[in-house]
Design a protein around this ligand. Sequence first.
Ligand code: ADP
Ligand code: MG
Ligand code: ZN
Length: 521
Amino acid sequence: MEYIDNSFEAVIGLEVHTQLLTNTKMFCSCPNVFGREPNSLVCPVCLALPGSLPVINFNAVKLAVKAALAINLHINQRSLFARKNYFYPDLPKGYQISQFQDPVSSNGYLMIDIGGGMEKKIRINRLHIEEDAGKLIHTGSNSFVDLNRAGTPLAEIVSEPDLSSPAEAVAYLKDLRDIIVYLDISDGNMEEGSFRCDANVSVRKKGDTELGTRTEVKNVNSFKFVEKALEYEINRQIELILGGGKVIQETLLFNSKTGKTESMRGKEEAHDYRYFEEPDLPPLILTDEFIQEIKDSIGELPKAKRQRYINDYALSEYDAEVLTQYKDVANDFDELVKINNGKIDIKKIANWIINEWMLELKKRCAADNNEHAQERAAQPDENSIPAEKIINEDLINFKMEEIIKDRKCFLDMIMQVEDGKINRNGGRLVLYQLVENGKNGNIQTVEEIILSLNLAQVSDDKGIEDIIKQVLEENQKELSDYLGGKEKLFGFFVGAAMKKAKGKANPQKVNEILKKQLEKL
Ligand code: ADP
Ligand code: MG
Ligand code: ZN
């Protein structure tokens, strides 16, 4: 990373807030969903009406512990909730229930890729559970309060200041988000605020061991903005110091239009949150069995999977990346490899998944989106699906067995292609038919499909010889051009032969036999 003066280095620590994918809020039974009619998802607890009492959402605890274990944090079997007191119109209680001393987990780390095959260990101070605040909506000179989000569950993940550049900060965020989305802990949607980040940054002369004074850039809502905000802020701090000034500790906002950070509040205006233990909630006690059960449910994380695909199956980095992008796809691939038991080359299976199966899933996703859009248009009330949810390319998580019933058919199809019984295009058509059968409840073996669609390749030499003879006869002019030295026309003859065979000829055979016949002339 180039700064305006490269004798300086940056020190960055991130605080990430991630919404937990629970059905209900953190301390009450209101639904935890995005994009509904303002103030339609509220109750005495999240409105903070007098006399109401919070109850801990067990599922939120599970998700938080799962996230914590995935990033190597130590789970504290006894943790406490605390009140963080401050006044803001989106916070009806006048305090946020969070964890302060004794968080649910502490002392973890995440290994991030820093390029060139190098990894770096980023220590994580803690992950704790808290509730979100509501939202202010500003229109013209008015401000409105929407408390639908008030009381929804969050995990806050605080890194140590181990990140040394904006690029590292982004790498950390991406890895963290990947894990959290993969484990269904959060949808990780940055625009909707399900995954938000406060970036703390300071600079110091290279080689210095003491930390410089830091500033905190609040709520940056995309990877690109995190990078831009940090770059701007690092250069601003360096410039300030070079000019003889001092960085003052303050909270900043990133203005994405100007690309600059702007002061929100200084240290003097910093809140004194007057934390104290939440008197309405008991300590959170987690048993060994509970922790073990969650540990067991995590399984192999995407990064480990990717590495295994590269090491054990010799897949390219790109292929491994694509295969591990979606949990169901990775799982289907793993299962196929298992049933295949060494018969078909694993790379071939990977190719069919990446090129054909994922295409089918994307089509399905587009169709689903379309259906939702129509539903929404037909019934535009507050319970319909919010527009923001409709087009979401990320949602191509479908299980193969829900679509084609039996994964083995997928392998049978590849096997038929490998054996030369059908060609690649035939394989595609078999796959479409398997999908159609899945929809209609038809049961057909791959052989039956090949027969009913008449896809069997013409691979017998005699058949292909006849076709090629016909092609050469019908294209006398091209033939004499070819024999006169225009060798490019070879492809033309192959194409014509394939066409004549209605795509069912084995292209390799066609090539061989054509070559032989031409040599004879
Ligand atoms: P606070 O309690 O004021 O929020 P913390 O000590 O919890 O402060 O730190 C908040 C975040 O700021 C952490 O992610 C931490 O790594 C980071 N941080 C702390 N000091 C510095 C610094 N001098 N430069 C950059 N980041 C820092
Ligand atoms: Mg903090
Ligand atoms: Zn509620």
